[in-house]
Write a protein that binds this ligand. Structure first.
Ligand SMILES: [Zn+2]
Ligand SMILES: [Zn+2]
Ligand SMILES: [Zn+2]
Length: 494
């Protein structure tokens, strides 16, 4: 037969009690310190509940100052009245010490609480907050006696605004200066209020777009504050004239969704005498290169000079075609490198079919001094190419040559002609020997390859072809000696 149930009124807190509480006791957790050892259901002071015979109640009323706690332990008797098992006021440290726990354990053991939730019969009168506090719902201040005290989900009493009376959150002001999202006028820090300009999209990255606007109505157009000019933080090309604006010397301006830099009003310098060349370097996206070459690099390059003619007196200048020239140039600075992907379909001609970095380099004509080394090297290459052509024509193809049975080179001296041996060539170079006494020259071609007719060799593994040392040939020999004198035998720098 189930225990009889009675309506039990839970007493109000003692006058001045600090955070008092009441509980239907269901067990004692010995591992917990202090009041936390009481397991059971929170009961509101002033409310009434349906409780069964034997139910054990714990009432705790901490005294002001926090030093002492009054702890009462009640039991519902068979006739529905209350037996006060204990009423002790102890130091806060011992309020739930050995003695009180012993009483609670004994009573719960003898009268286990009926399982299931406790049924509340009448509500507790709302309690007002005696002290100013912070609302547990909206986190805004609640003045003393203007809110209510409510037990929150964790069992603690907290102050709240009366139900449904939390004031709307105050608008947040902008933390940094920006344009009004409504009228575009300038708002200094704290002058505007934040609002949701675009709602968050579903999904983890769809953050709402928060902007600032004027707190009340936006001012009329003529009273709007223009954004203060900001200086550019780093070197960048001027959007007006294309010249470089050193960091801090120009203006940073909003341009659509990005920022652009320009010189201060009317301070664009005359256009720089610079031309742009481009280079593509196939490769991976990482690491990001800073530039193609250090400023001041001297090189020969093709340039387009449709817009501004390239000076024709520049070192090494040749016109290649309409609007296209080649010359020795010096790099001045570079635009920011761009990464181009072949699949994007608008690949610069320097990177057709390949992913890589695209460099746009501003150059000027090299000075004569800067160009001297490159021009000298180019001259040398030209001179040597001409000598090679003469050599081939006079010694390798001369009509008056003959190939004797045996070749006697005992009186001949080898002449270096800068044979160009590639890294993959494993056979001897051709050789030129001159016998001035005999008035002949010998041109030796290697004939020791697989597939060569070795029986044709008349000087070791070479075929030695003899030609008369004509005046013209003697002049070429002198020219070869002059050209290759310092390089020694085998100057292969080509
Ligand atoms: Zn509130
Ligand atoms: Zn506005
Ligand atoms: Zn400018």
């Amino acid at each position: 037969m189930p225990d009889k149930e009675y309506a039990v009124a839970i007493p109000a807190a003692d006058e001045g009690a600090v955070r008092p509480w009441r509980k239907l006791l269901r067990g004692v957790d010995e591992a917990e310190l202090g009041a936390m050892c009481c397991l059971g259901d929170w009961l509101e002071a002033g409310a009434s509940y349906e409780l069964s015979v034997g139910a054990v109640l714990v009432l705790c009323d901490p005294l002001p100052g926090g030093d002492q706690k009054r702890v009462r332990i009640w039991r519902v008797k068979t006739d529905g009245t209350i037996k006060e098992e204990r009423d002790s006021t102890l130091g806060s440290r011992n309020a739930f010490g050995t003695s009180v726990r012993g009483t609670m354990r004994r009573l719960v053991g003898k009268h286990p609480a009926r399982p299931g939730p406790v049924r509340q019969l009448t509500a507790a009168p709302a309690r007002v907050n005696e002290r100013a506090d912070t609302c547990g719902l909206c986190r805004q201040p609640v003045a003393a006696r203007e809110g209510i005290l409510v037990r929150n989900a964790r069992g603690y009493t907290e102050a709240r605004h009366p139900v449904g009376q939390c004031p709307p959150a105050p608008p947040r002001t902008n933390d940094f200066p920006q344009e009004c999202g409504t009228c575009g006028g300038w708002l200094e820090k704290g002058e505007g209020i934040l609002y949701e300009a675009a709602p968050a999209l579903p999904g983890p990255y769809g953050k709402a777009l928060i902007k600032a606007r004027h707190p009340q109505q936006c001012p009329p157009t003529e009273e709007r504050v223009a954004p203060p000019p900001r200086a550019n933080g780093r070197d960048q090309d001027c959007m007006l004239c294309g010249n470089l604006v050193p960091a801090g010397a120009g203006l940073l301006l909003r341009q659509g969704r990005g920022w652009e830099v320009r010189h201060l009003e009317n301070q664009c310098p005359p256009a720089e005498e610079l031309w742009e060349i481009q280079r593509g370097v196939p490769g991976r996206f990482h690491p990001r290169p800073e530039r193609w070459a250090v400023a001041g690099t001297v090189l020969r390059s093709t340039l387009y000079d449709y817009r501004r003619p390239f000076p024709e007196d520049a070192p090494g200048f040749h016109r290649v075609g309409e609007g296209e020239v080649t010359a020795i140039v010096t790099t001045v600075r570079e635009r920011r490198p761009e990464y181009c992907r072949g699949e994007d379909g608008n690949q610069p001609s320097e990177l057709i079919g390949e992913d890589g970095w695209y460099f746009r380099i501003l150059v000027r004509p090299a000075t004569a001094e800067e160009a001297a080394d490159i021009l000298a090297e180019e001259d040398k290459q030209q001179r040597r190419a001409a000598l090679s052509a003469r050599r081939r024509q006079m010694f390798e193809r001369g009509e008056d040559g003959e190939i004797p049975e045996t070749a006697d080179l005992s009186g001949a001296v080898q002449v270096d002609f800068g044979a160009l041996r590639s890294l993959h060539q494993h056979w001897p170079d051709d050789e030129l020997h001159v016998d001035e006494q005999a008035g002949v020259a010998w041109y030796l071609r290697y004939n020791g390859h697989d597939g060569d007719d070795w029986s044709l060799s008349n000087h070791g593994s070479f075929i030695a072809r003899r030609v008369p040392l004509t005046e013209e040939r003697a002049r070429l020999v002198a020219d070869l000696r002059a050209e290759y004198a310092q390089g020694g035998a085998g100057d292969a720098s080509a």
